[in-house]
Design a binder for this molecule. Structure first.
Ligand code: ATP
Ligand code: MG
Length: 317
């Protein structure tokens, strides 16, 4: 029995050294770094000491070795991480712009990541979990959507809970079936973890944030909604109550992975039996720590690091 199961894209990421670095001219890149939103989530959760299982696919190459070694070192069960004999590991190149935005070149659909399958034995093993976490970024193709759908249905049959971070990417939602898959998970999850921007995407025209939250919680089965608000921290809604926890003051070096680390820490803390306020504090600390470190998964942290961050911030938990 796992505490948390997650599935989805695994990739090697390369980061442009200079701000505004272009992709159509020679330049320096740092990497490869292990990456993929569900992998960042899983690494953060596992480092906090809960049992995490991962399903994904990498190539039979050095990038694949790097990623599998990292997941394993973090204590993640990689029994359902497949090796593709033909296609290479997925990659992403990222360049940070002076205005804070990011430019990407992804090679996922035609890489090993795009060939992921989940056989019945793997499905049965992974679905024995208390929480199954889904990242919206993993709903990128009909095949990927089908894997998530099967996993979610089986976890639900077993009595596990579904957590969902929609991670809405404008370039993905226009693909066939993606919008429908996102909305089906909004309707079917138990714990919903949108960012401000995700909630805006879901809001009806002219609807304010609090009204959107109230409507989503009334219309759907979710019992906990946590809104991620970057440097401002988070707000949780449960049983008609609203719990706001301010963010930690840190110097932001690299925003990539903050939301994924936040989610990983939150679900790990809940799985470990912590109360909601404590879980939100740890999640804020994980998100804040993540932005201080360069590299997608490099800012994942263990419990001791999070407690030190909270102590330094004067938090008395
Ligand atoms: P991502 O860009 O990884 O998808 P997101 O949009 O899902 O992130 P954010 O709200 O940006 O989510 O960040 C998640 C959490 O990380 C926040 O709720 C907060 O706790 C923490 N965090 C993010 N940025 C900062 C920051 N600059 N200072 C302090 N905490 C931060
Ligand atoms: Mg996000």
């Amino acid at each position: 029995m796992f505490d948390i199961t997650t599935s989805g894209e695994l990739l090697a990421e390369f980061m442009a050294e200079a701000r505004d670095q272009r992709f159509d001219a020679a330049g320096r890149f740092h990497g490869p770094f292990p990456s993929g939103a569900p992998a960042i989530f899983a690494s953060q959760a596992a480092r906090m000491g809960v049992r995490v299982a991962y399903a994904g696919r990498v190539g039979d190459d050095g990038f694949g070795d790097l990623i599998v070694a990292r997941l394993r070192d973090d204590g993640i069960d990689v029994g359902a991480v497949q090796r593709d004999p033909e296609r290479p590991t997925g990659t992403a190149f990222v360049s940070y712009q002076a205005d804070g935005s990011r430019r990407f070149i992804f090679n996922l659909a035609h890489s090993a990541a795009g060939q992921q399958t989940l056989d019945d034995t793997q499905l049965a093993r992974l679905a024995a979990c208390r929480y199954c976490h889904v990242m919206g970024s993993s709903l990128s193709s009909p095949a990927a959507i089908a894997i998530v759908r099967r996993l979610v249905a089986r976890v639900r049959e077993n009595g596990g809970q579904i957590s969902f971070d929609p991670n809405v990417r404008p370039e993905l939602v226009e693909r066939p079936g993606v919008r429908e898959a996102l909305l089906a998970l909004v309707a079917g999850c138990d714990i919903f973890l949108p960012s401000d921007a995700d909630l805006e995407w879901l809001a009806a025209p002219g609807e304010g944030m609090d009204a959107s939250v109230a409507r989503l919680m009334a219309e759907h089965r979710m019992s906990l909604l946590v809104l991620k608000r970057a440097a401002a921290g988070c707000v949780a809604y449960r049983d008609g109550e609203r719990l706001e926890v301010p963010g930690l003051h840190v110097e932001e070096v690299d925003p990539t992975g903050a939301g994924d680390c936040f989610g990983g820490a939150l679900i790990a803390a809940l799985a470990a039996g912590r109360d909601l306020r404590q879980a939100l504090r740890l999640a804020n600390a994980a998100g804040a720590h993540a932005v201080t470190v360069l590299g997608p998964m490099e800012g994942c942290s263990d419990l001791a690091t999070l407690k030190r961050r909270l102590d330094a911030a004067g938090d008395d938990q």
